[in-house]
Design a protein around this ligand. Sequence first.
Ligand code: PGA
Length: 238
Amino acid sequence: MPQKIAAGNWKMNAPDLGEVDALARQHPDPGVTLLLCPPATLLAALSERLSDMKIQTGGQDCHTASSGAHTGDVSAAMLKAAGASHVILGHSERRADHGESDALVRQKAEAALEASLTPILCLGETLEQRDSGQTLDVIETQLAGSLPKTDAPLIIAYEPVWAIGTGRTPTPGQIEEVHALLRDRSPADTPLLYGGSVKGSNAAEIFAIANVDGALVGGASLTAEAFSPIVSALEASV
Ligand code: PGA
């Protein structure tokens, strides 16, 4: 059985860290893996704050090299040293803002595995690609291009670009179709997360879809009030 995971992606936002104390109080012994991915500057403080709690931390990106002349970048080893267990890679915002290719995402995933971090590999089609019937081809190409060439455990997140931060979500059938493809093409027992406008109000319906093992949550992970119902819905689905 793949692990069930509720992961928060804070993006370039710095919520009050008191929010995580409230989240930890509400889920002292979560029946699922709980993970928060803050901006790199907050990672060490958040990891330290959560050291006695059952909430893990992750980075939002890493460089392919372990150190060197790469101004502004952070290596996987540095994330690990700051307390991270995971790292989000290939998020569509990085693909769009920084021109990240599948090949680069694969190299980053290999660097993350080398540093003993679990990559959360993000894939997803644009609205234009969905509307022109290319979704499954796009996902298949992204997966083939960015999946590391080892069978080390990793996590895959399906995040349709048009659903991120928009309040729009795909139909259960659309999610199911992509997750069936991902299940077929990824290593056995890889947790498959859905991401894109997940909220307390739609989480239970999303977690009931075949081959959905959790969520990667942006906006709704910034407060305990918004994130806790999503965690509870995942716990209830186990
Ligand atoms: P959202 O973001 O939940 O705010 O739509 C999801 C993500 O980008 O990971």
